[in-house]
Ligand binder design. Structure first.
Ligand code: HH2
Length: 260
């Protein structure tokens, strides 16, 4: 999954693709590099990010999705927590919902059910403004797994079929660097839940904290993290650097499948 952030303030590429033409060109480049899905987002969810107005978010993402949908058959996912943005995105040609709040607004779940589109439910305790204040777990992996299963039950209760659900443990969302590293090491416990798992590890700050590297210098470590995730059963890796990740993922898959 290639990332297209149509935002002024995303943590690693904010402001680069705010212009719709630049965003569409970037998406097409990521597809050329091997992306199977393009994830378009108009609101940064980095720790401490200020929420974006619905009108602003719509103005950022809808023209990009509409233009992109006419130029590619690669599925487009909409990265939003707002049901109205999701409705407009589906109308413009998106085919998947990526809700980092995990369906905190139940209308998002009802929309996925009514539209018959897959939805990714991510674990994020609280919201981006406060989630990094003082995250605490006794056992992060077990607690995230249990929380994800609760999100599944809520989604199913709202009519989402189980086969339309992807789960994401939410790396960097309400977790310390040590929590994120442990979650990655034990990702097989999340993939064992029986749902396809999506992970977003690309360039994230826990990588920077682990290695003492700035955001522009986290490619190799992001690739290592993607390799570990796929080895542990992740089905989708959400990344900025598609060409390099595609090669790593294809190699890891070949080895993983040969060992079965
Ligand atoms: N991470 C980010 C945004 N959306 N979606 C899913 N499913 N999983 C993630 O881990 C995830 C996500 C944050 O990364 P990015 O889009 O690069 O930055 P920002 O939120 O600053 O725009």
């Amino acid at each position: 999954m290639g990332i297209v952030n149509v935002t002024p303030d995303s943590f690693s590429d904010g402001g680069r693709y705010l212009d719709p033409g630049a965003a569409v060109a970037h998406a097409l480049e990521l597809i050329e590099e091997g992306a199977d899905i393009i994830d378009v987002g108009g609101e940064s969810t980095r720790p401490g990010a200020i929420p974006v107005d619905e009108a602003d978010e719509l103005a950022r993402v809808i023209p990009v999705i509409r233009a992109l949908a006419t130029q590619t058959t690669t599925p487009i996912s909409i990265d939003t927590m707002k049901p109205h943005v999701a409705i407009a995105a589906l109308d413009a040609g998106a085919e998947m919902l990526n809700d980092v709040s995990g369906g905190q607004d139940r209308d998002m779940l009802r929309l996925a059910a009514a539209a018959g589109v897959p939805i990714c439910l991510m674990h994020m305790p609280g919201d981006p403004r406060t989630m990094q204040d003082d995250p605490r777990y006794d056992d992060v992996t077990r607690e995230v797994a249990a929380a994800l299963l609760e999100l599944v039950e809520q989604a199913v209760a709202d009519g989402v079929p189980r086969q339309g659900i992807f789960l994401d443990p939410g790396f960097g969302f309400g977790k310390t660097a040590a929590h994120n590293v442990e979650l990655l090491a034990r990702l097989d416990e999340i993939t064992a839940l029986g749902f396809p798992v999506l992970v977003g590890l690309s360039r994230k700050s826990f990588i920077g904290m682990t290695l003492g590297l700035p955001v522009e210098d986290r490619l190799e470590a992001s690739l290592a993290a993607a390799a570990i995730a796929v080895m542990n059963g992740a089905r989708i890796v959400r990344v900025h650097d598609v060409r390099a990740t595609r090669r790593v993922v294809d190699m890891v898959r070949a080895v993983r499948d040969a060992g079965r």
